[in-house]
Structure formats: structure tokens, C-alpha cells
Design a protein around this ligand. Structure first.
Ligand code: 4AD
Ligand code: MG
Length: 463
């Protein structure tokens, strides 16, 4: 018996003939002369229509237990369908109930709100919307590796537990085995020397610093792993645990970094438009999605991203005549409303904002000659704002040391990072793309909690 998936069949890539298929029941409709079961095996939005003679013995004996959500195995023949709206149907010769589901199964035929589905994370991947989202997520992850592999970047597994704070923002989850009710103390302070790692440790907020170590050895690397931020942001764009892709390349300056970021986004978009078209079309038709989602993505995949320096961006915002909630002055961090204006109205597409004031960016960014701005680059996209944050790194030892001191960071934690600037230091650059932000952009999903299998955010870490 041939093996194939329903997705392969519906894509017209399987030959007609005999198969055994397994999956879950979406609908079960009985009449006197014929029974229809829509079977879905998770490989496509649509299911395959099973056509069953109600007199079939293996059907009759289990018919009463075949509710929506039940697991079945069916052997029979794939044939062209005479019915409208479907190319194929499956004539069942033998049916087996693998796991019954009764009428209390929460995902009945009627549609459910995304809010409701967030409460049943164990079942939501079986819904059409989340099936599509997570198939796209899987394909996107594969494409990330493909892109960097084809360009000669080595994949680096940076550590999840770390003793340095990359972004210097102190928004880290502590990792400890100390008894938090009565920690060991010396001189009135908690004695971390008695902690598991003999010092204070955290979950990483970014693999960049460790990535730089390897870029300055292997030339070009990228990380793709989970990162953790204990920032109290309960928004539709923030998670406490999210996945980030962070390439880092020795001898790259900001222009090459921007080019890499644009090529990366374009590669991912083209790959997904080609490989996930049915799922993307399904998502585009959801009531919350942009009606021209796919057209927009195609246009972006063919465009050149614009570049705007921060100072010009501030000027454009001030001259816009828009009423912003947060007033615009040179030196402020751009708020979502400002980013939205720049992408949606000023540029009408993705835009790199570069050369931000050093006071609002991390310590590791290369200081420009004006000594006021740094070689930062954020990529903003319409509807979402920032999806990439990156920079050319400060490769001058003394300037870097000054920055660490200026920002009151614990100098002793960065001794090794400084040492990289002592031995064979070179210009280098990199960026981080939030994988979930990118997925929101592609799928049109409006809440970041709906593009990660198990969202974690302030007040929530269930499952
Ligand atoms: O701009 P960020 O903080 O940059 C870094 O972490 C650098 N170390 C990257 C580098 O240069 N190697 O974060 C990078 C990206 C953001 O642009 C955003 O897409 C995403 O990570 N991101 C988040 N995504 C979801 N939830 C959060 N709380 C996020 N914080 C950042
Ligand atoms: Mg950022």
C-alpha cells in the first residue's frame, strides 16, 4: 500500500490508486445511501473527503463513535471526484477507529475565536488557522538555515544560561538553586558563591556576545535559538520567551549588514510564498487579515528597502503634522506610533533606520565620528514596526571600555569581550531578527501569542 499525506494528495502530487490514510475527523455526515467524513492529517488546511458505503461492516460497527476530533485509519482508493469544489475523493474499503472523540471535544465545526483557542493550547494546532500558522513556522525555520548555509555562515549554538547581560537592560530571568526563602548571606548580601554556578546566572536575552567570539574565529556565524526577557510588556508584539536569529560577520560594516538583512527577508518571503501558498491564502482570507497580504509580501520581496538616518526620521516625524501621543524630539526612542508613521505613511514599505543616538542604544554599538550617534540599524516594517535590530560593533578597545564605564555596566563581566578587541580586532557587524515578529508579518496574525506554540508573557506560562 502506498504511503502519502493528505496535503500531498490535495496538492495534486500523489498518483491515483490505493492508499492507507490516517488522521482526525473534521466532519461526519451520514445519509441513507452514503456517508462522508472529512479527514485531516495535519498536512493541509483542507481535509480529504472520505466516501463510505453506510453498509460497510467496519464502518457500521464504529459509526456512533466517530465524532469530530476522532482519529481514524482508512484504506481505499484515491479517485477523481465528481463533486464540485474538490478534485479528489477517497473511496473507503476498510475503516478503523483509532481513538474516539465524543461531543465534548472543544473544537466543533463552528469557528472559534483566537482568544478561546489560546485557552486550549493543547488542541489549537488542530484548528485550520493554527495548523496553517505552525506549518508556515516550520517551513520558515528550515528556510532560515537554508539561507545561511548557502551563504557560508556556520550555525552556532550559543548558551541559554549565561552570566553576561548582552543588552545591558537588566531584564533577565535569574537561574538559581538557592533557597529563595532563606538564601545564604555574607555581609548582609546574598552569597552567590554558594549558588549552583558560584555566581549569579541568567537566561540569555541574546546570543550576540558569544556569537561575536565565534565570528572573530570562523568569520561568519548565525545563532537560532530561544531568548528570554523579563520585561513587563503585555503587548501584542512582546513575549517573555521568543526565538531569535542572530547572524554575525567579521569584516562586515553597516552597509553589508543591511544588505544581508534585506537579502535574508527577501529569501524567506520568496521561499514561503512558493512553499506555503495554500496556507498563506487561507490566512489571508481570515477576517482579521490584510486583504492584500500576499500582494504586499510579493511587492516587498521585489523591492529595495529604504534607508533613513535617525536624524532625518525625526525631522520627517516633526514635519508630518501628525498628532503623536509621545512628542518627538531628537534623542527619544521611537515609539510604535512613530515607527508606524514612518513605514505606513512616510516610506510606505520596510525601512532601515540607522545612526541612532548612543544614549538609547546598547553599549556594544560602534560610535560614529560625531560621538553622539552609533552605527545601529533597525528594520521597521509596515503594520508591525521593528522586526530586526542590529549594528556594526565597536571594535576599538578603548572606546568600548569608555562606553561600558559610561553606562555603569559591571566592567569585570566583560573582560573577555574587551579582550576580543585586543587580539586581532576587526570591524564586524550583525543583527537579530525576532522569529515571531517575522511570522506575524508573513501570516498576518495580529497577536504574537498566536505564532508561537506555547506563548509565555507576564502572568502566563501555562502548559
Ligand atoms: O533589538 P534587540 O533587542 O537586539 C538584540 O537583541 C541584539 N543583540 C541583536 C543583535 O544585534 N545580534 O532584539 C532583536 C529583535 C527585535 O528587533 C525584535 O524583532 C525581537 O528581537 N524582539 C522580541 N520579539 C518578541 N518579544 C520580545 N520581547 C522581543 N524583544 C525583541
Ligand atoms: Mg531593538
Amino acid at each position: 500500500m502506498n504511503v502519502t499525506s493528505i496535503g500531498t494528495i490535495l496538492a495534486g502530487q500523489a498518483e491515483l490508486g490505493a492508499y492507507t490514510l490516517s488522521g482526525w475527523v473534521r466532519t461526519h455526515r451520514q445519509s441513507k445511501s452514503v456517508t462522508f467524513i472529512e479527514l485531516n492529517d495535519g498536512t493541509s488546511v483542507k481535509g480529504l473527503q472520505l466516501v463510505i458505503d453506510p453498509a460497510l461492516e467496519s464502518y457500521k460497527s464504529v459509526a456512533a463513535s466517530i465524532g469530530t476530533g476522532a482519529a481514524m485509519k482508512a484504506s481505499g482508493k484515491l479517485v477523481p471526484s465528481p463533486a464540485k469544489g474538490q478534485q479528489f475523493e477517497f473511496q473507503v474499503e476498510e475503516l478503523e477507529l483509532i481513538g474516539a472523540a465524543d461531543e465534548t471535544y472543544p473544537l466543533q465545526k463552528k469557528g472559534h475565536t483566537l482568544e478561546f483557542l489560546r485557552e486550549v493550547l493543547h488542541l489549537r494546532p488542530r484548528s485550520n488557522t493554527f495548523g496553517a500558522v505552525f506549518r508556515i513556522r516550520s517551513e520558515a525555520a528550515f528556510a532560515v538555515h537554508k539561507f545561511f548555509h548557502e551563504r557560508g555562515f556556520y550555525n552556532l549554538h550559543s548558551p541559554i544560561i549565561t552570566t553576561s547581560d548582552c543588552e545591558g537592560a537588566g531584564e533577565m530571568f535569574q537561574v538559581t538553586t538557592l533557597d529563595i526563602e532563606s538564601p545564604p548571606k555574607s555581609d548582609g548580601k546574598i552569597n552567590y558563591h554558594e549558588d549552583f554556578f558560584r555566581e549569579k546566572a541568567h537566561l540569555t536575552v541574546s546570543g550576540q556576545l558569544e556569537g561575536e567570539i565565534f565570528a572573530l574565529a570562523l568569520g561568519k556565524i548565525y545563532t537560532f535559538g530561544p531568548t528570554f526577557r523579563a520585561e513587563n510588556s503585555n503587548t501584542t508584539r512582546h513575549l517573555s520567551e521568543f526565538w531569535m536569529i542572530e547572524p554575525e560577520a567579521a569584516f562586515y560594516q553597516l552597509n553589508e549588514n543591511m544588505q544581508l538583512a534585506q537579502d535574508f527577508i527577501v529569501f524567506l518571503l520568496k521561499h514561503l510564498l512558493e512553499r506555503c501558498s495554500a496556507d498563506l491564502e487561507f490566512l489571508q482570507a481570515r477576517e482579521w487579515a490584510e486583504k492584500d497580504l500576499l500582494e504586499n509580501l510579493k511587492r516587498v520581496a521585489e523591492s529595495r528597502f529604504e534607508v533613513l538616518d535617525y536624524t532625518s526620521a525625526v525631522k520627517a516625524l516633526k514635519e508630518s503634522g501628525e498628532k503623536f501621543e509621545f512628542p518627538v524630539e531628537w534623542g527619544i526612542d521611537l515609539q510604535t506610533e512613530h515607527e508606524r508613521y514612518l513605514t505606513d505613511k512616510h516610506v510606505k514599505g520596510p525601512v532601515f533606520i540607522i545612526d541612532y543616538p548612543k544614549t538609547i542604544k546598547a553599549f556594544y554599538m560602534k560610535v560614529n565620528e560625531d560621538n553622539k550617534t552609533v552605527r545601529a540599524m533597525d528594520l521597521l516594517v509596515p503594520r508591525l514596526g521593528e522586526i530586526i535590530g542590529g549594528s556594526q560593533r565597536e571594535e576599538r578597545h578603548d572606546v568600548l571600555l569608555d562606553r561600558i564605564r559610561e553606562m555603569n555596566l559591571p566592567e569585570e563581566n566583560y573582560w573577555w569581550y574587551l579582550e576580543l578587541r585586543k587580539f586581532g580586532s576587526v570591524p564586524h557587524a550583525g543583527f537579530g531578527m525576532g522569529f515571531e515578529r517575522f511570522l506575524m508579518y508573513v501570516t498576518g496574525m495580529q497577536n504574537i501569542r498566536d505564532v508561537i506554540p506555547f506563548p509565555r508573557h507576564p502572568g502566563y506560562a501555562k502548559f
